[in-house]
Design a protein around this ligand. Structure first.
Ligand SMILES: Nc1nc2c(ncn2[C@@H]2O[C@H](COP(=O)(O)OP(=O)(O)O)[C@@H](O)[C@H]2O)c(=O)[nH]1
Ligand SMILES: [Mg+2]
Length: 325
């Protein structure tokens, strides 16, 4: 179904949504913290940036959502939509007045993609899921959750009109950075086959270790390549999200610290976060650096170090073996 990619190494992600949805802020966040930027070429109404993930060049096209630009894309669909591998639609969940306009724009774009025979992986981000909105969403006395679900149904129905399926919906907020990384991590995995198998491998590895709460695999840029969460062992999903967020931030801080630089690729640091011990272990595969983050309930550190050595060895062999797939 997908348009055959001319260059398998190159992938295109299209990010659209109304103006003020938060697209540029969101991409800036992910790009600055996570992705190795190759280029940024802002132009009027469209910003194209390139990033590199697992040997793939990923072009992120940020389509401005102002009315004048929307009309422009819709009039020249081939120019803007061609060869899209993943399509991200960003909705300002706090902008209730424009829910209808947003769905209309989404549907018009899906229609054009379908007309061109392009069927990308599709993601809808309910963005700005924070502050007062989040409070209302969690308050059963308001109707916010019902409104949210009704909006989600509208997107699903719009996609179905063109026999398209939305791969995943996300609630994102720049105030919960992890929510943004998780959404983009799902997008990367959907278009890079190697990441799907890496995820399955990490799942299998993590299942063999007792008491693992969290296992994350990141590349040297901090891109989340795979994640395994044992939600059941924590009190709430919120706690887990916080732990993950802190672990990633600890890694990013560590990487830019003096010790992080001098220890190089065979480093191991431990941090105590929210009653858990978080191990950050750097390793190499095919001369490229990776990080494995493991969170466990405090216990026998020596045993965990042994486990980490075993895990990173397995992962480095696996990553090297899957290099050319
Ligand atoms: N509350 C909240 N505001 C956000 C979030 N992301 C972006 N914004 C704000 O939304 C406004 C529009 O953002 P921008 O990225 O320019 O939107 P764009 O037109 O879609 O590119 C800015 O004032 C941002 O600071 C978020 O997650 N939560
Ligand atoms: Mg913008």
């Amino acid at each position: 179904m997908n348009a055959a990619p001319v260059d398998v190494e190159k992938k295109k992600i299209l990010v659209t949504g109304l103006d003020n949805a938060g697209k540029t802020t969101l991409i800036d966040l992910v790009q600055n913290k996570m992705v190795k930027t190759l280029s940024a070429q802002p132009t009027r109404g469209i910003a194209r940036r390139e990033a590199e993930i697992m040997g793939h060049t990923i072009a992120i096209h940020d389509l401005g959502g102002q009315e004048q630009y929307r009309a422009q894309y819709l009039a020249q669909p081939v120019k803007y939509l061609d060869e899209t591998n993943a399509y991200i639609f960003v909705v300002d969940i706090q902008d209730k007045v424009r829910y209808g306009v947003a769905v209309g724009y989404f549907e018009a774009t899906i229609g054009l993609l379908d007309g061109l025979g392009i069927h990308p992986r599709m993601f809808v981000l309910f963005h700005k899921f924070d502050h007062a909105y989040q409070v209302d969403y969690n308050d059963p006395r308001t109707r916010v959750r019902e409104e949210f679900n009704a909006l989600k149904d509208k997107f699903t129905a719009s996609a179905q009109k063109y026999n398209c399926t939305i791969d995943e919906f996300f609630k994102t907020s720049i105030f919960e950075e992890w929510s943004c990384y998780a959404a983009f991590s799902a997008v990367w995995s959907s278009i890079i086959t190697r990441l799907e198998s890496t995820q399955a491998y990490l799942d299998r590895l993590a299942e063999t270790i007792p008491d693992v709460i969290l296992a994350l695999l990141l590349d040297s840029q901090g891109n989340l390549l795979a994640k395994k969460l044992a939600a059941a062992s924590l009190d709430s999903a919120v706690e887990l999200v916080e732990l993950t967020n802190k672990a990633i931030n600890a890694l990013l801080a560590f990487r830019s610290s003096k010790i992080g630089v001098s220890l190089g690729e065979t480093n191991l640091v431990t941090v105590n976060i929210a009653g858990q011990t978080v191990f950050i272990r750097g390793f190499e595969s095919s001369e490229k650096p990776y990080y494995l983050i493991l969170a466990k309930k405090a216990g026998d550190d020596l045993e965990t170090r042994g486990i980490l050595n075993h895990l990173t060895y397995s992962l480095s062999v696996f990553l090297a073996a899957s290099e050319n797939t």
